[in-house]
Design a protein around this ligand. Structure first.
Ligand code: PEP
Length: 254
């Protein structure tokens, strides 16, 4: 039985003070929701403050990115060792990292490996761009992105996959529940092909792309969708709590 997950990616939003206020606003509501893993991913500079507030609660903390080297002359980067002990999860390979920071599948794979070696659980994001979707090559793109990171070890270590079609991120144009379900089913088959049925059955695959309190229920009714990675709506405390509650009602394991 896969426990659903609702993860909030705050992206480059919130000062430390804003982040503290946002955690305080959503924490009581989130903490009460059972049967779903709840994860928030604030900016690096707010991880410590958010972590202090989350101590002793059921809400988990993640970072939005990580570098693959442990230490050294890499000005401005944050290593897995710095994050370990500070947070449990880390988003890796978000499409904005691939698009604006030229992260290739090979770089993403190195990050996944380094994160796992440090004891972090990666949320590996994959997804096709609009032109790739329109050209009918979604399957090839996802295969390339996933195959670089297809390693049995990853799946034993709590890796989560997020399918995020780039055309749906921040656009208000979510994939339909049926589209998301079909593509996530395809990804699960890819995992089965590389790593066998057990890995495929066990891995959580989230959908991400314009998820809101209005569309989460329909998405969660789909059998392949194990939760959501939420961007914009995770910055609104009431909306994020509502998304999490609805996920619990529709697919919670409790
Ligand atoms: C994201 O950034 O991962 C995301 C899915 O954003 P949004 O929900 O705003 O589309």
């Amino acid at each position: 039985m896969r426990v659903p997950m609702i993860a909030g990616n705050w992206k480059m939003n919130t000062t430390v003070d804003d982040a503290v206020a946002l955690v305080k606003a959503m924490l009581p509501g989130l903490d009460r929701v059972g049967g779903v893993d709840k994860l928030i991913c604030p900016p690096f500079v707010s991880l410590a403050a958010a972590g202090d507030l989350l101590k002793g609660t059921s809400v988990k903390l993640g970072a939005q990115n990580v570098f693959y080297e442990a230490k050294g002359a890499y000005t401005g980067e944050v290593s897995p060792l710095m994050l370990a002990g500070m947070c449990e999860y880390v988003i890796v390979g978000h499409s904005e990292r691939r698009q604006y920071f030229n992260e290739t599948p090979e770089i993403v794979d190195k990050k996944v490996k380094a994160a796992l070696a440090a004891g972090l659980k990666p949320v590996l994001c994959i997804g096709e761009r609009l032109e790739e979707n329109e050209a009918g090559i979604t399957g090839e793109v996802l295969t390339r992105q996933l195959t670089a990171s297809a390693d049995q070890m990853y799946f034993k270590s709590g890796l989560v996959i997020a399918y995020e079609p780039v055309w749906a991120i921040g656009t208000g144009k979510s994939a339909t529940p049926e589209q998301a379900n079909a593509t996530i089913g395809f990804i699960r088959k890819l995992v089965a092909h590389h790593l066998g049925a057990d890995a495929a059955e066990g891995v959580r695959i989230l959908y991400g792309g314009s998820v809101t309190a209005d569309n989460i229920a329909g998405l969660m009714q789909q059998p392949e969708i194990d939760g959501a990675l939420v961007g914009g709506a995770s910055l609104k405390a009431d909306d994020f709590v509502s998304i999490t509650k609805q996920a619990s009602e529709a697919g919670g394991a409790a």
